[in-house]
Design a protein around this ligand. Sequence first.
Ligand SMILES: [Zn+2]
Length: 400
Amino acid sequence: MGDFNLTVILDAIRRAPGGLSRVELAQIVGLSPQTISNISRRLLDQNLIVEAGKEGSGPGKPRTMLRLNASGMYAVGVHLDPAVTTFVVLDLVGSVVKHTSTMTPSGADPGAVIDTIAAQITRLVADSGVDPARVAGIGVASPGPIDLEAGTVVDPPLLPGWDRVPLRDALARATGLFVLVDKDVTSAAVAETWAGGPSGAGSFIFMYMGTGIGCGIVLNDEVVRGTSGNAGEIGHIVVDPGGAPCDCGLTGCVKSTCIPQVLVAQAVEAGVLDGSHQDTNGPAVQDSFNKLCALAYDGDDRATRILDRSAVLVARAVSVIINALDVDRVVFGGPFWSGLSGRYLKLVPGIVRENSATRQIHPIDVVGTGVGEDVGAIGAASLVLEHTLAPRSQRLLLEG
Ligand SMILES: [Zn+2]
């Protein structure tokens, strides 16, 4: 790949669901018809785009539309979550071709876990019926912090024994494929740009509601990773001064007041959930949390109050972030999002609008992800597509 103009043209085609004619492409990207013609020939030769029928009426000859070729390239995505590991094979247009998930193998031997993951990937690709030669690589979404340059996971709180495990290189050795490792929240933002439709364009933050709360950042269609790949660690924004103490030493951080384990504990204390939900560690939290959200959905006042309180606090954190970055949109998603969505989408937009420094200049949309529950794994696969195909200013500098 490597050619900036080529990635710009591919990106324009990818963002137009109905495809684009060469004339429209020239208008959108501002390149000469000759350049458009040469590059679209190269993209056709590489099977990344197809000519998809002719459109147009009136005088002049109908225009041939160029569209992304869904089967032109594939990527494997792995979401390494402390509880469940999810695998997908994604095609070039961001559709899931094959999906599977397993309990994350526990134990402090990362080497054995990586071998298991590699075997599962090989099986998944075989089952998907996809030509392995068209698989561009594997993306892994992991809880942070990570060392992006080294491709390692650095002491993730919920994966004991995983400190500085050379995940990227070990998985590349075990599978023979190109591997990228990124944070789960960043992967989710990349998923939104690649498979999320209109909500993945422009400038937005992706609020990732997982075991922790973090955000992915996209500014002017480019993913922002920061110096070491760890941008978006927002858990310690104080949203409730004097509130619950946090492991960071402050009180009332969005982490210490709004993560699922905390909401479940509040529900047990308030008698909304019974004592069988005391276990606020590991996979049990998901069940207890689902129960809490189901109660709120059915109109239980006390359950609703707990979720509403968290929506107000999360909205305060969101307000700080959107004002720091000046984005168009807040996209919510992640493994714990669907249960929260009803109350959050009622309450967060108004608070964010009120607190927005730019409310007289542009609106700020608050939406749920267009990608769905598997946003981590789809994002992991999208990392590979993004790395290979997206126009990035870094690419321009490297070529300059
Ligand atoms: Zn804190």
